[in-house]
Design a protein around this ligand. Structure first.
Ligand SMILES: [Fe+2]
Length: 122
């Protein structure tokens, strides 16, 4: 949600350390995810086709921002990137145990490929 009421909310009066930058990127990712959630709720809540199209386009741009920030986070914190890969592997193993085949995208599974998988079942 916007926090414009405090005009100094996002100001940092010094350069951040690398660890603070990593924390800031995590907050940025959370903000992008929240924006996606809100835009998607608005798309679902209106029948106005123009508004649906415009807001859905903005929502999808926010998804690209998540990808950019996640890539940046992996670069800034390679150890965290290893944990992400561990999580990916755990899910891949679960899918294998369930006998579910998924299309592998560059670098493994993507959120989009899992979403597409879910749409086929709806
Ligand atoms: Fe964004």
């Amino acid at each position: 949600m916007p926090s414009f009421a405090n005009p100094f909310q996002g100001n940092v009066n010094r350069k951040m350390t690398k660890q603070e930058l990593i924390q800031a990127i995590r907050l940025d990712i959370a903000s992008e995810l929240e924006a996606i959630f809100i835009y998607d709720a608005h798309v679902q809540a209106t029948d106005d086709q123009i508004a649906k199209r415009v807001i859905a386009d903005i929502r999808d741009e926010e998804k690209a921002h998540v990808g950019e920030l996640m890539t940046l986070l992996r670069i800034l914190d390679p150890e965290e990137a290893e944990h992400f890969l561990e999580g990916e592997e755990e899910v891949k193993n679960m899918l294998r145990e369930l006998g579910i085949e998924t299309e592998a995208k560059q670098g493994g599974f993507t959120i989009g490929s899992l979403v597409d998988e879910g749409k086929e079942k709806d």
